[in-house]
Design a protein around this ligand. Structure first.
Ligand code: HEC
Length: 705
């Protein structure tokens, strides 16, 4: 059967897709070819990808030597990443993923410790690089330091040189800041048999941020004041260190680097984990609450953020926080901008500025330990207007961003994870018909070479044009490239068409899009949102990329081009397809070169997938849509649980209504297998499905889409 593009002969199904707004600002800097040939074995060979709301990310993972419990930090250093482990080892990850450990270590002991360390709280909290000359830096490290019985919280510094790509750390350490007071090493000590272990140091916070060239901000944790008070009977709840103006605990302090003079900027923090300044100059601080109540705070000088007298958290295993005057409230102190309940154990945050991820620009990206996720937080006028949780399954300790736009994470499992925009598998072929590339799970259709264009695409998103209804737009994958209308669709009616993607490349004038084309292409007989099965498609760097095609064993793409012509008396008609091509791929062709393109109307007959979704496409979708629009038969969106014959707005036969039943998977399968036997007089005829196929279709219809 010829796949004509005449409106009358096409039953169309359109791909559901989120509206991805691609506009002329869309960067073309993303690699056009995969650069997955990784030099270094430390990379996981098959980088996993992570689909997020706006981007497909690829994860490249470098494993460090085990470093025990969490802590430590990372900083960008050109295309390298500097790491300091929780126990003070310094390493550099090269651009190729190679790890080199430097001989210097962060000084953490005044003298060799006479007892073991628990390392749960006692550790390196953060690092920061300040450029002092080209390729020369001061490396600041915030960390614990054991001096006698006292666990000090310190910021130390040393000089780092990055000349000729070789990283050299001088290893002469200076003490920039020592928090007052130190805590007793016996607080939270644990025991190894008879031997006590140094325990002090938990809830140290310790994130740093430059405040102009001369000042360093340090967010110091309260070092578990509540816990030492409550469980170790230390201190007075009326005067926790956080309210003591001479104490640095629970405060954001500002150190003048030249004089080492310390000023308190803001107070009332429990365990600060992240500090970042946004493009408007706002200072953001994340902190851990007790149980629940992790906070995102907008820090202003002189203000008190409430700890330990106001928090949305509660005592572990309790319903209240003992020092909240009004339970469940945060009154009397600065409110957080956002608070997570239950707590996610938020960690460091950055302001996203990645050239690879322009739609994330200005958003805060915060790590989280407990939820194993990255949070993308959108701010507008100092409010959180939305956030996206990106589950990575790792405790994310620190986060930074490289100049090329990669986001880098440090995890408690001693991994460095590079997140970048998933590369595009695309190659161009001189044969204008061979426009497909298939690699991994992606199909790339080089639209431009198909139509013989060489110019950079100026692709406008359909959303900018007034085509169809918003609902229609959400089903189409349509872009306008100059005078080309490109849209992807999948037909649903006939056997021969099943599981095939249709990409039509249709030259039109922009005005036509709303006029003739609406009749031609958009007055479709049937819409069928089929997002689970189809995958997603988008323009990336001049290629039309289809990803995530999980449902079918075999996939088929058909393309064609029709030409718009005008008769002398001004009548517009469409001729074509002037050429068409099709490409089938499936398990055998994975990784192989693309099949040759058949410029013939005969589509190869491939095996059908027998999933419920595919069976529905084959046997039912010609008459039933899964949106709320009726066609030959009533729409089947939410049909399981609906009363038979009572689809609103559809004039069903009395045979269905008199069944007097609510569709279940079982009854629907029985009906579909043999409609007239089940409901004598119904106007739906037998479709030829077997009992087993009917059961699969019913199961598919029961999905919660
Ligand atoms: C040739 C068109 C056609 C095909 C193909 C078709 N149906 Fe129908 N279907 C109808 C019509 C028309 C009705 C309304 C029947 C009536 O009013 O008696 C209907 C009714 C139904 C109903 C009852 C809906 C309700 O609201 O009570 C279900 C369920 C159903 N079809 C499922 C299927 C499934 C599943 C398939 C595929 C195996 C399928 N149909 C294939 C035309 C079709």
């Amino acid at each position: 059967m010829r796949k004509g593009l005449k409106a009358t002969s096409v039953l169309l199904v359109f791909i559901a897709s989120a509206t991805i707004s691609l506009h002329p600002l869309y960067p073309r800097s993303i690699e056009a070819a995969p650069s997955l040939v990784l030099k270094n074995e430390v990379y996981v060979p098959d980088p996993p990808t992570k689909r997020t709301h706006l981007y497909e990310l690829q994860l490249l993972i470098v494993r460090l030597e085990e470093f025990g419990d969490g802590g430590g930090a990372i900083e960008p250093l050109g295309d390298k990443v500097l790491v300091v482990t929780p126990r003070g080892r310094i390493a550099v990850i090269g651009a190729d993923g190679e790890i080199s450990y430097l001989p210097q270590e962060v000084p953490m002991f005044a003298s060799p410790p006479d007892r073991p360390i628990t390392w749960v709280g006692f550790r390196v909290a953060d690092i920061l690089l300040k450029e002092t000359a080209p390729e020369a830096f001061t490396l600041f490290v915030s960390h614990h330091y054991l001096a006698g019985d006292c666990v000090e919280f310190r910021v130390s510094s040393t000089e780092l040189n990055a000349e000729d790509g070789e990283i050299v750390v001088s290893g002469d350490w200076k003490t920039e800041f020592t928090a007052n007071p130190c805590v007793d090493q016996e607080l939270f000590e644990s025991w190894e048999g008879e031997i006590p272990k140094t325990g002090g140091g938990i809830q140290a916070g310790g994130k740093m941020l430059m405040d102009g060239p001369e000042h360093l901000l340090v967010a110091v944790g309260d070092h578990a004041w509540y816990e030492w008070h409550e469980y170790q009977e230390e201190g007075d709840p009326a005067t926790p260190p956080v309210v003591d103006p001479d104490s640095h605990l629970g405060k954001l302090v500002r150190i003048e680097l030249a004089t080492r003079e310390v000023r308190i900027v803001a107070t009332g923090f429990r365990n600060p984990q992240g500090l970042a300044r946004d493009n408007e100059g706002n200072l953001w601080l994340t902190e851990h609450g007790p149980q629940g109540g992790d906070e995102l705070n907008l820090v202003k000088p002189g203000l008190d953020y409430g700890w330990p007298y106001a928090t949305y958290g509660i005592l572990y295993g309790n319903r209240a926080w003992p020092y909240n005057e009004n339970q469940g409230q945060h009154e009397g102190f600065e409110e957080p901008i956002f608070s997570w309940i239950p707590s996610i154990a938020i960690s460091n945050l950055i302001v996203s500025d990645s050239p690879q991820l322009p739609l994330w620009r200005g958003d805060l990206l915060a790590g989280s330990l407990a939820s194993g996720s990255l949070f993308r937080i959108r701010l507008r006028q100092d409010r959180v207007t939305s956030f996206e949780r990106i589950v990575l399954g790792e405790r994310i300790r620190d986060i930074t961003q490289l100049d090329d736009g990669r986001i880098v994470l440090l995890t408690d499992s001693a991994k460095i994870i590079y997140l970048r925009r998933a590369p595009i598998y695309c190659h161009m072929d001189n044969d204008s018909k061979s426009i497909f590339t298939y690699d991994a799970d992606e199909v790339c259709v080089d639209v431009l070479s198909a139509v013989g264009e060489t110019e950079d695409p100026k692709i406008r998103a359909l959303s900018e044009l007034d085509i169809g209804t918003p609902r229609m737009r959400s089903y189409f994958q349509v872009y306008i490239h100059e005078n080309l209308l490109v849209y992807l669709r999948i037909p649903c009616s006939a056997h021969e068409f099943r599981n095939r993607f249709f990409l039509h490349i249709t030259p039109v004038d922009a005005e036509d899009v709303s006029e003739e084309l609406r009749d031609f292409g958009f007055n479709v007989y049937d819409f069928y949102s089929y997002d689970e099965g189809i995958g997603r498609a988008m323009f990336e760097g001049g290629c039309f990329v289809v990803r995530d095609l999980p449902e079918y064993a075999y996939k088929h793409i058909y393309t064609g081009q029709v030409i718009r012509e005008e008769s002398p008396d001004g009548e517009v008609f469409w001729k074509g397809p002037v050429w068409e091509g099709s490409y089938t791929f499936g398990p055998e062709s994975v990784g192989a070169a693309p099949d040759e393109v058949s410029v013939s109307p005969a589509l190869p007959q491939e095996e059908a997938s027998d999933s419920g979704a595919a069976l529905f496409t084959t046997y039912c979708a010609g008459c039933h849509s899964l949106t709320d629009e009726h066609s030959v038969g009533p729409h089947l969106e939410g049909v399981i649980g609906r009363r038979a014959g009572e689809a609103e707005g559809f004039n069903a036969s009395a045979a269905l209504a008199t069944l007097d039943l609510v569709w279940t998977q079982e009854s629907l399968a029985d009906y579909v297998e043999d409609p007239t036997r089940f409901a004598p007089g119904t106007s739906m005829a037998k479709t030829g499905v077997t009992a087993e196929e009917a059961r699969k279709i019913a199961e598919f219809l029961a999905w919660d889409r």
